[in-house]
Design a protein around this ligand. Structure first.
Ligand SMILES: C[S@@+](CC[C@H](N)C(=O)[O-])C[C@H]1O[C@@H](n2cnc3c(N)ncnc32)[C@H](O)[C@@H]1O
Length: 293
């Protein structure tokens, strides 16, 4: 057993450090690329659960994490029920979709799929925590109605792209853009095993290799845009590709990041508000990401 003073987790709500907090862990499964660099001692997000044996201080999801740790729940349904219990999931549609797309198909082998934490997926990337996926689905729900167009920038494992595809259905369009080709290939394999497989086959769901800062103009304009990595500022191309009446959810910032909700009004003007503080990997170039940012 070892004690850590500071750790960075990505793809989760940022929770301020507690003065006396001990993180216990057991040795981690090795992964084929190095994790993001450890932060200085000034940063210590508490929602870093690479391992279900971690105890995480002041997270509002602490109760849920303890529950999972203790009982080893292995089902999407139980994960969803707990996100509902904590008020993260509030709608029937979001709960149905998160139950239907089994997270276990999207995390690397040996990774606990239902623990409320981001997990390493290689290439200095993570799959975001279930509470962040749920938060973003809730925020975008009205823009993910059947027939609508959705863009998932930094689609990683493909989990959220698959959720979007189920929500917009065969008449809609769900597009993932990810700049690591290997992640695109594995995300397509993941989706093929999931409830979204028919949509991939029929072509209303697709995942592409590309620089997500440029969006994916071919299927624009979008009713919903999700960005899964933190941008220094909102990329202009993404605002351009948002439909009037459309909504984008994007983490913005470097050390301090906020999940921003960007609404394009019917007259084309844009309103931006902060939803919550978060911690995500950066939206950056492929080279910067592979060398560790
Ligand atoms: C926190 S991960 C989230 C992945 C996805 N939402 C999930 O949960 O599986 C962020 C992803 O953004 C990707 N990314 C970072 N910068 C990018 C860029 N400029 N263009 C496309 N993808 C990018 C990373 O490779 C990584 O897969």
């Amino acid at each position: 057993m070892k004690m850590l003073s500071s750790v960075v987790a990505y793809g989760c709500r940022y929770c301020a450090p507690l003065k006396h907090r001990f993180l216990y862990f057991t040795p981690r499964r090795p992964h084929h690329c190095s994790p993001p660099p450890l932060a200085s001692t000034t940063v210590s997000p508490s929602c870093n659960l690479h391992n279900p044996n971690l105890f995480t201080g002041n997270s509002v999801f602490r109760g849920m994490e303890r529950f999972w740790t203790g009982s080893g729940i292995k089902k999407s349904k139980a994960m969803v029920e707990h996100l509902q219990h904590y008020g993260v999931i509030r709608s029937k549609k979001v709960s149905e979709v998160m139950e239907a797309i089994d997270r276990a198909l999207f995390v690397p082998e040996g990774t606990p799929p239902y623990v409320d934490s981001p997990m390493q997926i290689g290439y200095n990337a993570t799959i975001s925590a279930p509470h962040m996926h749920a938060t973003c689905l809730q925020l975008l729900e009205e823009n993910l109605k059947p027939g609508m167009h959705a863009l998932d920038v930094g689609s990683g494992t493909g989990y959220l792209t698959a959720c979007f595809a189920l929500m917009v259905g065969p008449e809609g369009r769900a597009v993932g853009v990810e700049h690591i080709p290997e992640l695109v290939a594995s995300s397509i394999e993941n989706i093929r095993k999931s409830a979204a497989a028919p949509l991939l086959k029929e072509g209303s769901l697709s995942v592409h290799v590309g620089d997500g800062r440029l969006g994916w103009p071919e299927c624009a304009p979008y009713d919903a845009i999700h960005v899964g990595a933190a941008a220094p500022e909102i990329p202009p191309a993404l605002i351009e590709q948002l439909k009037p009446g459309g909504r984008m959810v994007i983490p913005v910032g470097n050390m301090f990041q906020y999940l921003k909700v960007v609404d394009k009004n019917p007259d084309g003007s844009v309103s931006v508000r902060d939803e919550t503080s978060v911690r995500y990997v950066p939206l950056t170039s492929q080279e910067a990401q592979l060398r560790g940012y």
